[in-house]
Design a protein around this ligand. Structure first.
Ligand code: NAD
Length: 534
């Protein structure tokens, strides 16, 4: 026998496979509503799907049927199971038909008045003990629930698109959400085979807030003239380990949609410069360059292909690798390549001799900032986060990679006074490791390190404000965005002091208020605690 939900909390009374409960109501049968209805029906719930537009709910249900048929064809679902799922999915045409539901999730238009009006109508017909959930992605859950008869039973259930495939659901607690409501929502999400993370109703929740710098830093790098979109995308993908670059991703999502998320978070934080949208993106939208859907965004697309036509990154031509280089270090504990050391092992495996410790003849007289690899031509190769290297006769910074032992590309950032002989030698040495090499002009934090530092700082800030737990932030960013690591775990791997130093340097270079180290980051440094344990 399937388990039942406790009607007072919506909570499962016992563990076990899909609980049969009172039906689940889903209002709005568009992209998200149809997907959520499918999720609930596949987990064993009776589902009632309602939409205000004529024909929209049957069309949503038909979409579920077609998706299930494809899964049957692929052998992932038996036709008997698919029939059972469809039998549990009923289309209804009036709010009154949701009176018997134990949970109602709305996925109607993203408009506060529309949502409030809908919930007011629902509260008239449903029982007092049910859970009411909004799938809003940008409105305040507190505001949606405000004025309701029982705001304590409201919660946000922020599914990601496509809902049947994406396992993350942000459970958003409004100002007045009862703790029991939040717990019940988490259990429901688990019963639907998804992973809940809990977050206070704040602009962007976890994912759309912490991810802001992923787009914002890349757009600023273009505005600052440091790099072109194709190279920045390739570096973040192939060195940073991100599944897509920020420019190709915003082209996919739609530059207008992406800008409206950026603008919404910025406006809701009373124009905090940390979240300011960019003129770069506004110009794209003004020009109608919305991305794939309009045939042109950052890149160009043709009708037959989803891949951009003009996204080739700048990649260095082959250069001869030097036979040997000198690694100048103080001692083994104080490596000038704390993050990228495993990459140097690949350079050595590629045939470049690199004595691991070379005592500098000048000993203590040497500038700390010249520690690194001595290159022909006189410049020094160092890792980003190196500090001020102006006037040292040429420095090349090596940007971070998420997986230095396996990355397919690295980025080198030469100072303006770097001799070309040194740059060619550095490129050749990196190519000996079997990677593609991109070169962009030196700027604080390069591309990957700058992006990662800002992601970590933002994640720390969410935890500092007690809006979500450290664990939930990392889970949300991996499941919601496909990042190769949760930002807090990533921060621990590279070292919180390096993150703090980079954000500080960025703030010194761009004193706009955007680059502020989170107070909790400082506290973690003082205490020596891991960011994941904040
Ligand atoms: P959509 O336009 O595809 O579907 C919305 C549906 O709601 C339409 O079928 C419309 O007819 C119906 N509708 C509008 N007002 C209604 C009402 N008063 N009563 C009943 N039905 C009504 O939109 P969507 O992309 O599915 O987004 C729905 C909600 O989910 C929004 O709040 C959005 O912010 C949120 N969301 C969207 C995404 C996404 O990627 N699309 C992701 C997460 C959350």
């Amino acid at each position: 026998m399937p388990d039942e939900l406790d009607p007072s909390t919506g909570r499962a009374l016992a563990d076990g496979p899909p609980p049969a409960t009172r039906p689940v109501g889903v209002v709005g049968a568009g992209t998200m509503g149809a997907g959520i209805a499918e999720v609930a029906a596949r987990a064993g719930h009776e589902v009632r799907l309602l939409d205000a537009a004529a024909g929209a709910a049957p069309a949503g249900a038909d979409g579920v049927r077609r998706r299930l048929e494809r899964e049957v064809d692929r052998g992932r679902v038996t036709s008997a199971d698919a029939s059972d799922v469809l039998a549990r999915l009923a289309v209804v045409d009036d709010v009154a038909a949701l009176a018997c539901c134990g949970v109602v999730v709305e996925a109607v238009a993203e408009d506060l008045d529309v949502k409030r009006t809908l919930f007011a109508a629902l509260e008239v017909v449903v029982a007092d003990d049910i859970l009411l959930a909004t799938n809003t992605s940008s409105l305040s859950v507190t505001a949606v629930a405000a004025g309701a008869r029982r705001p304590g039973r409201f919660v946000g259930l922020h599914f990601f698109n496509p809902a049947p495939r994406m396992s993350l659901v942000e459970v958003v607690r409004g100002e007045d959400s009862d703790p029991g409501t939040v717990d019940a929502a988490c259990e429901l999400v688990r019963a639907w085979g998804k992973t809940p993370v809990v977050v206070t109703s704040t602009p962007g929740f976890i994912v759309n807030r912490v991810a802001r710098p992923f787009y914002g830093e890349a757009q600023r790098l273009v505005e600052e003239g440091v790099g072109d979109p194709a190279t920045i995308d390739a570096v973040l993908r192939e060195a940073g380990g991100f599944p897509m670059g920020p420019f190709e991703l915003t082209d996919l999502v739609g530059q207008d949609v992406s800008l409206s998320v950026a603008r919404s978070v910025w406006e809701q934080t009373f124009a905090d410069p940390r979240y300011a949208p960019t003129v770069f993106q506004q110009r794209l939208v003004d020009a109608g360059r919305l991305g794939r859907k309009s045939g042109r965004g950052v890149y160009r697309y043709d009708a037959d292909s989803t891949a951009p036509l003009d996204s080739a990154p700048a990649t260095e031509p082959p250069r001869p690798a030097p036979a040997s280089l000198d690694l100048v270090v103080w001692d083994a504990e104080d490596s000038p390549f704390p993050v990228m050391r495993p990459f140097l092992d690949r350079v050595v495996a590629g045939g470049v001799e690199l004595p691991s410790t070379v005592a500098d003849p000048e000993g203590a007289d040497i500038e700390a900032s010249t520690r690194g690899i001595r290159l022909p031509g006189g410049a020094v190769l160092v890792e980003v986060d190196h500090g001020d290297w102006s006037g040292l006769g040429g420095v090349i910074e090596l940007d971070w990679a998420h997986d230095p032992a396996g990355c397919a590309r690295v980025l080198l950032l030469p100072s303006a006074d770097c001799p070309s002989e040194s740059l060619h030698a550095a490129v050749g040495a990196c190519q000996a490791a079997g990677v593609a090499v991109s070169v962009l002009p030196g700027s604080v934090g390069g591309v990957v390190a700058r992006t990662v530092a800002m992601l970590v700082n933002e994640a720390v800030e969410v935890v500092a404000r007690r809006e979500a737990s450290a664990e939930d932030v990392d889970v949300a960013m991996v499941l919601g965005t496909g990042y190769p690591s949760g930002p807090l775990g990533w921060g621990d791997a590279v070292g919180a002091h390096r993150v703090a130093s980079l954000v500080q340097q960025l703030g010194d270079t761009h004193p706009s208020g955007r680059y502020r180290t989170s107070p909790l980051l400082h506290r973690a440094l003082v205490r020596g605690s891991h960011l994941r344990d904040l």
